[in-house]
Design a protein around this ligand. Structure first.
Ligand SMILES: [Zn+2]
Ligand SMILES: [Zn+2]
Length: 185
């Protein structure tokens, strides 16, 4: 597992991830295009990822991941349950929660704390305890960025105050490029 900060970390806390908000982050220019979606390829990659980890992407897990991959914005557990019921009449909340736990543990999806919803991991193999998300307040889309410079900057700022940093999930809200283009400020 990648450990970009070079610390030895204790087991991830079960408490909600620390959320940090910034409102004046400099925007990279030009804008990074959104990743293209090839859902069959993403499912195949997820299957291989699970096999490498000694776990299995069962039909149910695959169905839930497929729903998350197809969504334009993160889905809540209840939205997932509603959609899953169209495929599996017998689906109940524990079915969804257990499956979401599996997908999170296997680093295939992220939970966006602010939205209490789930989004696919788009950054490949990485330590999910350090992640950054751009959340559009207008269309609800979430873009994952995995930028070690942000992680390092937070660690350095914390260390400068004598604080021993662990991990940080950054959820930055604002307006996405597509929305900004359709309604310029
Ligand atoms: Zn990720
Ligand atoms: Zn937007």
């Amino acid at each position: 597992m990648k450990c970009s900060l070079g610390y030895t970390f204790v087991k991830a806390s079960p408490l909600p991830a620390r959320r940090l908000m910034a409102y004046a982050w400099p925007m990279p220019s030009p804008a990074v295009p959104p990743p293209t979606r090839d859902i069959p390829a993403q499912l195949k990659a997820a299957e291989q990822h699970c096999a490498r980890n000694g776990t299995q992407l069962t039909t149910l897990r695959r169905e839930v991941l497929d729903l998350i991959l197809r969504a334009d914005s993160p889905l809540t557990a209840y939205q997932l349950l509603d959609q899953l019921k169209a495929i599996r009449k017998s689906a109940v909340p524990p079915t969804v929660y257990r499956t979401l736990d599996f997908l999170i543990e296997n680093r295939l999806i992220h939970r966006i704390e602010r939205l209490n919803a789930f989004t696919p991991c788009t950054e490949g193999e990485h330590d999910h305890r350090d992640a950054q998300f751009l959340i559009c307040k207008k269309c609800g889309s979430v873009t994952e960025i995995e930028d070690d410079a942000i992680t390092r900057a937070l660690a350095a700022a914390a260390a400068a105050r004598g604080f021993r940093p662990g991990h940080a999930i950054v959820e930055l809200d604002g307006i996405c490029a597509a929305c900004a283009e359709s309604a310029p400020a």
